[in-house]
Write a protein that binds this ligand. Structure first.
Ligand SMILES: Cc1cc2nc3c(=O)[nH]c(=O)nc-3n(C[C@H](O)[C@H](O)[C@H](O)COP(=O)(O)OP(=O)(O)OC[C@H]3O[C@@H](n4cnc5c(N)ncnc54)[C@H](O)[C@@H]3O)c2cc1C
Length: 478
């Protein structure tokens, strides 16, 4: 019987297993190896805090693209939402821990199927994968605890790694005033009322922390710093707007694309509409647009457009936006722009040294510093030994954080040095277009169940042949 090992049991690993279980027409054993974050929930949906909401409305959060109302139907089955109307449910930004219940529940139906005809046996192992070895029979995943898992194919779905480190004058690893992983416990390190918390980053993770501090009524000052000081924008009620990309868009460079988008943003403003609608209309096309850009254009985009793209594209619920605005208005939260250059632990505080756009040095001192700069996207710097080892051996790559690509789709976009062997792993945040930065274009809904389909439909021999391809084209990277 074929065995597929999946390293990582967050959303991606779980849904790879769930889709294998529901789509496979032959006997198969699927082993999920997961450590650190909760199985079936991962980093995003492992939060226990009720104030941490999804940043996508429930109607767009079905885990099963071929059953678009699956999540809303599941929500409706819960007692908590018995009095919530259909329209409200669809529009709702559910707590992420509720979404974690949903994904974990889907996994449960595979771990313990009530349908005896199920041909896929799904198991989970609570351990860390530290290496993948190639042998004559297939692959062996080595676990930290000393056990091994033999498999014909391995999916690396190791997802979000803690944020990258900043330079510091002395090591911060054991300093209780510094939290390098914002998804680990930091509440127990909170300074007493009147203290100062400095958050490195002004994105979605910063917002999570500000919400939690408001929820527990912590009475102190919060300073959030980032290069541009931009905050995520709010969701809004949009209008039906034309698909405006011309047929020849695939051959366009960044300058032409920018001009078209700007033209429609201006037009929307003239119509008294939110210009972000022009960005939303790109959503179905973003993967393709990104792939078609030259490396120089990708670099240029990451340098000049990525910050505004991120805050416009990854928006937050209106209720959350209002809470952040309240915190700003009341002075509890202050945003400071500047590039973080150094962290200096002193006797009383840790100083965060920043450089502003005019070249001036700024210092923000904190009783607690939390790194909210987002998941580490540099493969070689990631804390996951399994990914690092595979990367160093130069014999795989692909996969995931948000997407599960069809292998044939992803192959042409692999880098020359990243030959896909029998291990697949893809991270939208990790395939960095050689620029050392994350890909900005996840297309979450479209592709989620395609990897398992290709596993099911491709024979191991053909799979190996397909996946040993590599490309050398610069422009196709990422
Ligand atoms: C805070 C946060 C909020 C988000 N909110 C949303 C949202 O509202 N809507 C949305 O669509 N997307 C959201 N996202 C994006 C989200 O990351 C993806 O949607 C998706 O959850 C990523 O899942 P994943 O399985 O790839 O990664 P993860 O959730 O990070 O899961 C990876 C799992 O693999 C485990 N692992 C890693 N290495 C190993 C190893 N060597 N051995 C064993 N186990 C290992 C990890 O411990 C973890 O359990 C959010 C992301 C974050 C970080």
């Amino acid at each position: 019987m074929t065995t597929i090992a999946i390293v990582g049991g967050g959303f991606s690993g779980t849904m790879a297993a769930v889709n294998l279980a529901r789509l496979s027409d032959h006997d198969m054993r699927v082993v999920i190896i997961n450590a650190k974050r909760p199985l079936g929930r991962g980093t995003a949906y492992g939060t226990t805090r009720v104030e941490h909401l999804l940043n996508v409305a429930a109607r767009n959060m079905s885990a099963l693209p071929d059953m678009p109302s699956h999540f809303v139907d599941w929500l409706r089955s819960r007692h908590d939402f018995r009095n919530t109307s259909e329209a409200e449910l669809r529009q709702m930004f559910a707590p992420r821990r509720v979404y974690g219940d949903y994904i974990r529940g889907l996994l449960e139906t595979c771990l313990h199927p009530i349908d005896a005809r199920c041909r896929v046996k799904v198991e989970s192992i609570d351990d860390e994968a530290v290496d993948v070895a190639v042998n004559h029979e297939g692959l062996t995943v080595l676990l930290k605890g000393g056990d091994t898992v033999d498999a014909e194919q391995v999916v690396l779905a190791t997802g979000n790694q803690p944020p990258g480190a900043f330079p510091s004058t002395s090591p911060l690893r054991h300093d209780p005033r510094y939290r390098s992983d914002p998804w680990d416990d930091w509440l127990s390190r909170l300074p007493p009322p009147g203290g100062r918390v400095v958050l490195l980053g002004t994105g979605l993770t910063m917002v999570d922390i500000v919400l939690t501090l408001a929820e527990i009524g912590w009475d102190g000052k919060i300073v959030a710093v980032s290069r541009h000081g931009m905050l995520p924008k709010s969701h809004f009620r949009g209008i039906a707007y034309q698909d405006y990309l011309p047929a020849e868009v695939d051959s366009m460079g960044l300058a032409e694309l920018r001009a078209i988008v700007q033209q429609h943003r201006d037009r929307l403003r003239q119509m008294s509409q939110n210009s972000a609608i022009a960005i939303d209309k790109l959503r179905p096309h973003t993967q393709r647009l990104w792939r078609n850009l030259s490396t120089a254009d990708k670099r240029e985009f990451l340098k000049r457009d990525a910050a505004i793209w991120n805050v416009t594209r990854h928006r937050i619920a209106v209720s959350i936006h209002n809470k952040v605005t309240d915190a700003l208005d009341s002075g509890r939260l202050q945003i400071v722009s500047g590039t973080i250059e150094n962290l200096i632990p002193g006797e009383q505080h840790i100083d965060v040294v920043l450089r502003d756009a005019d070249g001036n040095e700024l210092i923000q001192s904190g009783d607690l510093i939390i790194n909210c700069t987002g998941p580490q996207s540099h493969f070689h710097k990631r804390d996951c030994r399994c990914s690092i080892i595979c990367w160093q051996r130069d014999w795989f790559v692909v996969m995931n954080s948000t997407l599960v690509f069809r292998l044939t789709t992803i192959l042409p976009s692999l880098t020359a040095s990243a030959r896909l062997h029998r291990v697949c792993m893809q991270s939208v945040r990790c395939l960095k277009a050689r620029c050392g930065r994350p890909l900005p274009f996840p297309n979450f809904e479209a592709r989620r169940c395609e990897l398992p389909k290709s596993f099911c439909s491709v024979s191991p021999r053909r799979f190996r042949k397909q996946t040993s391809l590599s490309t050398t084209s610069e422009s196709s990277r990422g």
